[in-house]
Design a binder for this molecule. Structure first.
Ligand SMILES: *Cc1c(COP(=O)(O)O)cnc(C)c1O
Ligand code: SF4
Length: 343
């Protein structure tokens, strides 16, 4: 067993273990965990300074998750856009391939909360997904996601990458993973060596707070960067985690210092069970306005909304607001005018 697999066995998964560690507030988290599983790696748990801090908020269940009835479990219509289970084909030239439904830490704000870590979602049947991609010459970009692709073994991941690399029209492969943030020991020299054989490969990771940038996570990123892999970062704007301009700026700058290029800041999707994390678009504009001009242009990602109904991602910078600010209108890549409802 590799060291990272051993770490996974030592994760905290029950409210009792958590309460024992932190003398946590007496709220009963069992129903929350019954609906949306909890898992926290020993490493990520060690980043918590006190209950309620930005690391805690990201990984410790909150009763509010069960009190959010306003939203859909799948606002982006991913299920409808699946030609094969576990494959999401929304844009003509690229697909998202859900290769795993497990993660090292189950983020409380996850946009695939409906199924990640649960029985309800299963990873794509690989042969079927690969056959679909092979049959569509317009697909030039494959994004491995999940769940976390790096929770697969090196061999399994190697098999999937090899199968994709055999398809001549697949130009680039991306891997979306939170392992450098939540389970940095997963990024072994052996893994980096294996990934290096599948270039051009891009890894997008998911740091949300400056305190996630540690010696260990920096080492994980350095291993990938040393293998010639371009590293990007996708953050989500989260209330009580990174919705302050100086926190976001520090995060972006520290990412560059560990050789990770900020790619996206996501407006929180309208996913059921996550309302307590959602900030207003106007707040997001205030946070991101503290970046451009105030720091290296390299530290300025695109602030985007992933539109409900699978209409695609749009830049908030191009959104139009009604005079009283209550209505937001955007135009997507197809030229469609869409009203975005924040609540
Ligand atoms: C975000 C996303 C992509 C990739 O979008 P980029 O802007 O190219 O990074 C592709 N497909 C789906 C379904 C997505 O949600
Ligand atoms: S790592 Fe990503 S997919 Fe997994 S729980 Fe967190 S946000 Fe969701």
């Amino acid at each position: 067993m590799e060291a990272w697999e051993h770490s996974l066995k030592k994760c905290i998964t029950s409210p009792e273990e958590l309460a024992g560690l932190f003398h946590a507030p007496g709220e009963n988290l069992a129903p929350v965990v019954g609906r949306y599983p909890m898992r926290i790696t020993p490493y990520y748990l060690g980043l918590i300074r006190e209950p309620g801090d930005p690391i805690w908020r990201q990984c410790v269940p909150d009763p509010a998750e069960l009190h959010d009835f306003t939203q859909s479990p799948d606002p982006l219509d991913e299920e409808r856009l699946s030609p094969v289970p576990g494959l999401i084909h929304r844009y003509p030239d690229r697909v998202v391939f859900l290769v795993s439904t497990a993660c090292a830490v189950y983020c409380r704000f996850c946009m695939r909360k409906r199924g990640v870590g649960c029985q309800g979602m299963s990873p794509a049947p690989v042969d079927e997904a690969v056959a679909y991609i092979a049959s569509k010459p317009q697909i030039r970009d494959v994004i491995l996601s999940g769940g976390d692709p790096l929770l697969l073994s090196d061999d399994r991941l190697d098999q999937i990458l090899t199968a994709l690399r055999r398809i001549p029209h697949v130009e680039i492969i991306r891997i979306g993973t939170r392992a450098p943030v939540t389970l940095p020991e997963r990024v072994t020299v052996k893994l980096a060596r294996m990934l290096k054989r599948h270039q051009p490969l891009y890894v997008n990771t998911h740091f949300n707070h400056p305190s996630e940038i540690t010696e260990q996570s920096a080492r994980a990123c350095a291993r990938l960067a040393d293998a010639g892999i371009q590293l990007g970062n996708q953050s989500v704007l989260l209330k009580g985690v990174n919705d302050e301009p100086q926190v976001m700026r520090e995060l972006m700058q520290r990412l560059l210092a560990i050789r990770v290029r900020p790619y996206y800041i996501h407006q929180m999707d309208l996913v059921q069970g996550t309302a307590h994390f959602r900030t207003r678009v106007a707040d997001g504009i205030r946070v991101t306005a503290a970046l451009r001009g105030h720091t290296s242009g390299l530290a300025v990602p695109h602030y985007v909304i992933d539109l409900p109904g699978g209409k695609g991602k749009v830049e908030v910078a191009s959104a139009r607001f009604s005079p009283d600010g209550s209505r937001i209108t955007v135009r997507n890549y197809l030229g469609e005018e869409i009203e975005y409802r924040e609540t």
